[in-house]
Design a protein around this ligand. Structure first.
Ligand code: ZN
Ligand code: ZN
Length: 264
């Protein structure tokens, strides 16, 4: 199984999870052209995408969906309210290609997929877990203001965690370009996880068996890969967990133009 973050930031998000020739796309937040390009850089053809999963309806997660569904009859799965939004906005061209998350169990994928609710200011946002036949578990969640019981349940036992580290609190606080209400929204319980929020939860996950972590959905304006990395590695070190001994840490790039993916 491979995990390729194709694009990841507050501006555009999409990932591919699966084998080289069969897998799922989580969100279609970059343009269709970029999506094809990023997939091919990762040596994956668009025909490998058997299913699309949508976490929520914010533009940075569905910007390329309308074009994608014009070109493809691949089934799209979303929560009921998110699905209604997608249909009303014409992001899904055929109603019969839209499925509810309650039907996830029927996906003929190479792994078991489950959804869990995430606290975010969208109509009905979710994260996903993927469990391979070997038992290897990936938990995937971005766009959440805090860690709730539903998230804990979804991420429980995960070997690999793809988790948001959206902003550095001091950078956000000092960002003169962001009005106060936007800063409050980002830092609220239905906004985004800061590096510190993420670090604290990752320390819990790693002490409970998670061995690989990828930080994602970094704000380009209020964070940097180095800040996120240092915040997380520092917190885990404080708690006695050592990088590359107890866990590995990667940061998803804004645009995956290097064709990188993690094989698990
Ligand atoms: Zn987002
Ligand atoms: Zn969002």
């Amino acid at each position: 199984m491979r995990i390729a973050s194709l694009c990841s930031s507050s501006a555009a998000n999409s990932s591919y999870i699966g084998s080289a020739d069969s897998g799922v796309l989580v969100d279609v937040g970059c343009s269709y052209k970029s999506l094809l390009n990023r997939l091919s850089l990762c040596r994956t053809d668009i025909s490998a995408v058997k299913v699309v999963l949508i976490t929520h309806e914010h533009t940075d997660h569905i910007k390329g969906l309308k074009q994608f569904t014009k070109h493809s009859d691949v089934p799209v799965y979303a929560s009921r309210k998110t699905g209604e939004f997608l249909l009303a906005g014409g992001h899904i061209s055929k109603r019969e290609n839209l499925f509810e998350l309650s039907e996830l169990g029927r996906i003929p994928a190479d792994f078991e997929i489950k959804a869990f609710r995430t606290p975010h200011d969208s109509v009905e946002s979710v994260g996903f877990s993927f469990v391979a036949p070997s038992g290897y578990k990936i938990a995937y969640f971005t766009d959440l203001g805090e860690i709730t019981d539903s998230v804990r349940e979804g991420a429980k036992g995960a070997d690999f965690v793809f988790i948001e580290a959206n902003y550095a609190p001091d950078v956000l606080a000092g960002n003169a370009l962001y009005p106060a209400y936007v800063k409050e929204r980002i830092a609220s319980p239905v906004g985004h996880l800061s590096n510190d929020d993420s670090a604290l939860y990752i320390s819990h996950l790693v002490s409970n068996g998670t061995t690989r972590v990828m930080l994602a959905h970094l704000s380009r304006e209020n964070n940097s890969p180095k800040r996120a990395f240092v915040a997380v590695a520092g917190k885990l070190s404080e708690r006695g967990m050592r990088l590359n001994r107890d866990y590995t840490l990667d940061v998803a790039g804004v645009d995956n133009t290097a064709g990188e993916y993690i094989a698990v």
